[in-house]
Design a protein. Sequence first.
Length: 277
Amino acid sequence: MLQNLIDKIRLLFRKDRESYLCFYRIMGFYPHNIQVYEQALLHKSTAIRSEEGHWLNNERLEFLGDAVLNSVVGDIVYRYFDGKKEGFLTSTRSKIVQRDTLNKLAVEIGLDKLVKYGCRSSSHNNYIYGNAFEALVGAIYIDRGYACCQQFIEKRIIDKYINLEKMSRKEVNFKSRLIEWGQKYKFELSFELIDQHYDNDNNPVFQSEVLIEGIPAGSGVGYSKKESQQLAAHDALTRIKKDSALKEEIEHAKEVNHPAPIQSAPNEEEEQTADAE
């Protein structure tokens, strides 16, 4: 509290105080080295060259923030779920730090309005904001240390936006769920990689499709093969639930692909044997 008051007084004499206030509204404290926070908002599509000649963007801070975020969230989950096994804790932490969650959190705290990126990047990269969130955590670590990162993540993020009990029960492995559904109802499933290319920022892009009994049931595009399969499985589960015509088509294909064995009529010798018995 005292440090924030001192920092606030110092701001009265700065021309760029609005930038400091933007970060204060998000983090609950004022930056000391604002340049590192500004770099955290700089996507590689709008990288700038430093005085030393290096290109500056938020990728290195994102790398650092990812490690710090995993550590802090792991500690929070460990303390909250007393007695739970390692697999449960790992799964819950993964649900919190996954890109979809971080993307939503970035929007919740208003970080999306501050990120700088090229117009083309926004249409191809769905995780710009989530990546910037990790970079922000990296910036906090460099500027204010690990304890401040803990305070920010626990008090400003977890307590406000994440229900740990609900998050721990959230189902996110759509591929496993679809496979279990197929096994239960005896449908043959396959995941096919139907396209692979690079976007304008030279990031690999994968498109996968789910086939159920040879029928295209869902597709997904992601920045890894695993992500595209998860999205394709999610699409398939959604369509199966809502599209009765698709379900009928899959059922028909199953009958064609796996016809029930036809029981042949007994021949004359078999009939005589049966009569003798």
